[in-house]
Every structure is written in structure tokens, then in C-alpha cells.
Design a protein around this ligand. Structure first.
Ligand code: GAR
Length: 214
């Protein structure tokens, strides 16, 4: 039986679409059991509905603080019994309560070659620094923002003449390949989280798997 995965979004959901397409094409064995959003206008909700995936939405603005919002999200998500939570452009910082509740089950994709450039504006920061390589990294979520154990990174060469917008689009294109691949590795049990670290095929992974793209 395939792994039950909830996908959490806040916006356009191009990564969500990549998961939907990979499952439909038979390239990814995951049961996408629910798509959750904190934003009722997220276009990704329409993508999910079109694909016949149940959706749920709770607006963070309706809550006094992060903790009470996160408790409501936990209550909603637990109804779907997810074994894996996939953050796909979910633009909320998760409380320690949330992270502990789903320890080892939450994946995020961050648009940088972590540990470089946690946080925002990664593409512009890469261009400003004159870096040769940029990309995106899939990692397990821990309480440290963008700091959990890394699983798989997709990288590409930076063209010093491109804009941050162009770089963003190139990076998003590789995200659509590496995120389903990484989630598939976790869903199948080849990648696991133990003792605060990532294990790949039973070996402690100090470095993520790296895929290089043109
Ligand atoms: C993705 O590029 C992802 O890397 C980024 O949000 C985008 C969502 O796009 N995530 C973060 O910045 C998290 N720190 P999408 O809604 O089209 O999938």
C-alpha cells in the first residue's frame, strides 16, 4: 500500500502539480490524501480539486497566535492519517508543537543549496554573491528554520547575466523533478529520519544526494 501524503500549500502550487502529474504518470507511488492550505485563494486548491484530491483550508488570520493555529491544523490533518507531510510553498513557520507532533514525517523544499541561504530572497542573494551554483534542497523539517537533515538537492550553474526572476524559474523547474523523487524515497522507506538525522539506504547521510541539471 502506498504511503499516505498530505501536501501543504499557500500559493500557486506548481510543486503540487508536479506531484499530481508524477503520481498520474505512475512515476511516484504516493497516496495524495489531502491538500491543505492556509490561504483560501491559493491556486493550488483548484489544482487539487481538478485532480480529485480532497482539500482543507484553515486561515491563519482567524487565530490569535501561531500555537492555536497550528493546533487546529494538526487536528484537521490528523483526520486524514497522513504518514508524510509535504510542504510545497507553505509559507508559515511551524511551531515546535507542530514539528514535534509530526517528527520525522515533514518534508520541505527550500530554493537554495542548503546550508547556504536559509530564509528569503535566495535567488537575488546568490546573484549578489556571484555564486557559480544554485538550486533547491529537500530536507526533513526540524525546529531549525531550513535547517533539518538534507535528503536531495538539485543544482544548476548560475549564469551571471540572468535576473533573479529567470533564476527562480529555472530553479522551480528542477524542484518539480527533485521533490517528487525525494518524497518517493521517503515514502518507500529508502530514506528515513532517525535520531535527528537522515539515513539513506540504511547509512547515515552527512550529505544529500545531488542531481545536476543543465
Ligand atoms: C517553491 O519554489 C519553494 O521552493 C518555495 O516556494 C515555492 C512554491 O512554489 N518555498 C520556500 O521558499 C520555503 N521557504 P509553488 O507554490 O509554485 O510550488
Amino acid at each position: 500500500m502506498s504511503c499516505r501524503a498530505a501536501i501543504l500549500i499557500s500559493g500557486s502550487g506548481t510543486n503540487l502539480q508536479a506531484f499530481i502529474d508524477a503520481v498520474a504518470a505512475g512515476n511516484l507511488e504516493l497516496d495524495l490524501c489531502v491538500v491543505f492550505s492556509n490561504n483560501p485563494n491559493a491556486f493550488g486548491l483548484q489544482r487539487a480539486e481538478k485532480a480529485g484530491i480532497p482539500t482543507a483550508c484553515i486561515e491563519h488570520g482567524d487565530f490569535l497566535d501561531r500555537e492555536s493555529f497550528d493546533r487546529a491544523v494538526i487536528e484537521e490533518l490528523d483526520r486524514w492519517n497522513p504518514e508524510l507531510l509535504i510542504l510545497a510553498g507553505f509559507m508559515r513557520i511551524l511551531s515546535p508543537t507542530f514539528v514535534k507532533h509530526y517528527e520525522g514525517k515533514v518534508l520541505n523544499i527550500h530554493p537554495a543549496l542548503l546550508p547556504k541561504y536559509p530564509g528569503l530572497n535566495t535567488h537575488q542573494r546568490v546573484l549578489d554573491a556571484g555564486d557559480k551554483w544554485h538550486g533547491s534542497t529537500v530536507h526533513f523539517v526540524t525546529e531549525e528554520l531550513d535547517g533539518g537533515p538534507r535528503i536531495l538537492a538539485g543544482r544548476l550553474r548560475v549564469d551571471p547575466n540572468e535576473t533573479a526572476e529567470e533564476l527562480l524559474h529555472r530553479v522551480q523547474t528542477i524542484e518539480h523533478q527533485v521533490y517528487p523523487e525525494a518524497a518517493g524515497l521517503v515514502g518507500s522507506g529508502r530514506v528515513a529520519f532517525h535520531d535527528g538525522q537522515a539515513w539513506i539506504d540504511g547509512k547515515l547521510a552527512d550529505e544529500p544526494i545531488v542531481r545536476t541539471f543543465p
